[in-house]
Design a protein. Structure first.
Length: 387
């Protein structure tokens, strides 16, 4: 079928049967919130899937706006572009804030999920929309982890991948940053082991967790160049709530408390858990052989100042993937350079996508090692849509 874009609107896909997870648990009544741009071709072969980062949402044209538009990498005049809120999120897709079958929010009861579970939910959406071939799957950070799994879980449909600021597995370095955030969040008395009331969330704990994350997302050079030792009043003027404090402190507090206004603590924990358990080789073999199975063209973006997913992670990917190109991104902004400096690397992504053949053959075998459930086939008759 041909799916027409839902420009500017969030749509929802509801699965009528339970969605099986790697853990063996099942989610009844899974809903997937998504947006799309452009028009799916009659052959269903011009799709591009965009995967968001940890606290992102389906509004890819907002958080990755430099990549969108006529003549750009994500061109709605050429491509059918789709981005969904990830499984376990809190922007429309089923997650801890969603209502469970007993009529109460899932909260801490929401099952543990994996990056592969998230990608299988995205695959279910692609099935429902009649997407026969995906020209490219693209994502940064958590989205970059998902792009790698797309190549392994749905190799026949996935024509190419762009993975930026990501890795084949979550390193011990990434894991300890995640654990510091968990400790901060759980130290808030209001957290109550995840049993907090919706109207009394652990605001201070979530803010502290976000502050820790923000430090790992930026670089010393970035903060020094932007703020130095200036005061909040000198940098932010009347907008500063603490004009006598250092501007760097004001910036960190702003981002910490800004997340509290738009995100949920249990959701945050489920998503960083999914990232920490990410390992493309888990249950499949060694990294060299597993990555060697990814036959699709791959563009691996590496940010030279990234202190979280360090450049060695991307060099390893580029060396192990049979058809990979390493894109070295010069950015002073650390891990967040995949968002902040998108204007600078957009031409490289555009060239990569433009050079892809109309239909890229991917002879690799479908991955059956990790919980291939029947809900991923024949979904069109098992799904319903709501706007």
């Amino acid at each position: 079928m041909t799916a027409v874009a839902s420009e500017g609107s969030l749509r929802r896909l509801a699965l009528r049967q339970p969605f099986a997870l790697e853990s063996g648990e099942r989610i009844p009544g899974l809903e997937i919130a998504y947006r799309s741009w452009g028009r799916l071709s009659p052959q269903g072969d011009n799709a591009i899937v965009v995967c968001h980062a940890l606290t992102g949402n389906a509004d890819a044209d907002c958080w990755w706006s430099p990549l969108f538009g006529a003549g750009r990498a994500l061109d709605p005049e050429k491509h059918f572009i789709i981005c969904s809120n990830t499984l376990g999120g809190c922007y429309g897709t089923t997650g801890p804030t969603s209502i469970a079958p007993d009529g109460r929010p899932w909260g801490k009861r929401f099952p543990r999920i994996s990056i592969r579970d998230q990608v299988r939910a995205q695959i279910a959406l692609a099935d429902a929309l009649g997407i026969a071939h995906i020209r490219c799957v693209i994502g940064g950070s958590m989205g970059g982890l998902q792009a790698l799994e797309w190549a392994l879980l749905d190799p026949e449909r996935t024509g190419a991948i762009v993975s930026i600021a990501a890795a084949a597995r979550h390193s011990p370095w990434c894991i300890v940053w995640s654990e510091a955030q968990r400790l901060a969040l759980r130290a808030d008395p209001r957290f109550r082991d995840g049993d907090y009331a919706p109207d009394a969330p652990p605001r201070d704990g979530l803010a502290a967790a976000r502050a820790i994350a923000m430090v790992s997302y930026r670089s010393a050079q970035s903060l020094d160049e932007r703020f130095g030792r200036c005061s909040g009043g000198e940098v932010f003027g009347d907008r500063s709530r603490s004009p006598d404090d250092f501007a760097a402190q004001c910036w960190l507090r702003h981002h910490a408390h800004g997340l509290v206004e738009r995100f949920d603590a249990n959701t945050y924990l489920r998503l960083i858990d999914a990232m920490d358990t990410h390992d493309v080789a888990l249950g499949r073999g060694d990294h060299a052989s597993v990555l060697g199975q990814i036959r699709q063209p791959a563009l691996i973006g590496s940010i030279n100042s990234d202190a979280l997913y360090v450049p060695a992670d991307q060099r390893f990917l580029a060396a192990q993937l049979p058809h990979a190109e390493l894109l070295e991104i010069d950015s002073a902004h650390g891990h967040d350079g995949f968002l902040i400096d998108a204007e600078n690397f957009e031409p490289a992504i555009r060239r990569f996508i433009e050079q892809l053949p109309a239909r890229q053959a991917t002879p690799a075998a479908h991955d059956c090692a990790a919980n291939d459930e029947p809900q991923l086939s024949g979904l069109a008759s098992l799904l319903q849509f709501s706007c």
